[in-house]
Design a protein around this ligand. Structure first.
Ligand SMILES: Nc1ncnc2c1ncn2[C@@H]1O[C@H](COP(=O)(O)OP(=O)(O)OP(=O)(O)O)[C@@H](O)[C@H]1O
Ligand SMILES: [Mg+2]
Length: 277
């Protein structure tokens, strides 16, 4: 478990508090989506989770290890994999497999263990056919998956992904979100997904809403996805279907429940209404 205990953080002694009294727990095997508007502190929080930054007050424990203790740093970086949106800049090798091997090579593992980790992680992400490819020739979604594979090869318990879909087209996004979903369900890796988009957050176990450096709310996705106005106030695009129902309801007050979130159900409901007319 990651325990964030009343954590506050500022980038400088004289600067503003960027995170204020954050209290949050992330359990093993959990899928948590973190959403919040620009500048609310999501990236800062992500960097605190694996010890890139340290809390000014409060503490963060990763499976009981305090991120402030220097003897824990290496193990914490291995346990909490952190991926930033610009996967491109993180490539350091000329082939995908060399890139994925980079982390484990620094762990002083035997060559056959490194080989096995590289093969397994590429396979998990359906990227085994690209092992010998130069990373720069891959699509955006594939590049992100190679970035994720590099983290997985370190055998993390938690993956923290900062807007992994932000540079990708729709296909790339689906590819990456699907991979994260499978890693969570099949491999039991806890996922902390920072996202501006609602669609991958719907499947999360929990949504954490951030605003101005604080946690505004924590809830199951159903409690927020059906509230387009609240979402817009947080600069989060509601689901297309919610906006559609909202527009219909503006013209015909209360016609449809906002809690319809798939097209089949919407069609069914419209047919039922038509029969009544
Ligand atoms: N290196 C830094 N030095 C000083 N201030 C910073 C630094 N990085 C971020 N900030 C400030 O911290 C606040 C939170 O930034 P952060 O990047 O964590 O927000 P965010 O929620 O990730 O935003 P976005 O959705 O735009 O990615 C902002 O006010 C930002 O200006
Ligand atoms: Mg950010």
């Amino acid at each position: 478990m990651i325990n964030i205990e009343k954590v506050s953080f500022s980038y400088s002694n004289t600067g503003p508090m960027i995170l204020k009294d954050i209290v949050l727990e992330i359990s093993e095997h959990e899928f948590v989506a973190v959403i919040g508007n620009n500048g609310s502190g999501k990236t800062t929080l992500a960097k605190l989770l694996n010890g890139i930054y340290l809390p000014d007050t409060g503490r963060i424990l990763v499976d009981g290890m305090d991120t402030r203790a220097s003897e824990n740093r290496i193990l914490i970086k291995q346990k909490v994999g952190l991926l930033f949106p610009e996967a491109d800049k993180q490539f350091i090798s000329s082939t995908v497999e060399e890139d994925v091997a980079f982390g484990p090579e620094n762990l002083d593992l035997k060559q056959n263990e490194i080989r096995a980790r590289v093969d397994n992680t590429l396979k998990l992400l359906s990227m085994e056919d690209f092992a010998k490819h130069p990373p720069y020739l891959l699509s955006g979604g594939q590049k992100q998956k190679v970035g994720i594979a590099g983290l997985l090869a370190m055998k993390p318990a938690y993956l923290v992904l900062d807007e992994p879909g932000s540079m990708l087209d729709e296909t790339g996004k689906q590819e990456v979100f699907q991979a994260l979903w499978q890693l969570n369900k099949n491999e039991g890796i806890a996922i902390v997904l920072i996202t501006h988009e609602l669609s991958p957050a719907i499947k999360a176990d929990r949504i954490v809403l951030m605003e101005s450096g604080q946690i505004k709310a924590q809830c199951v996705p159903e409690q927020i996805v059906y509230q387009p106005e609240l979402l817009r106030a947080m600069q989060i695009q509601p689901l297309e279907i919610s906006s559609f129902i909202e527009a219909l309801n503006t013209a015909h007050s209360g016609l449809l429940s906002m809690e319809i979130n798939d097209v089949d159900k919407l069609v069914e409901e419209l047919c039922r209404l038509k029969q009544k007319m």
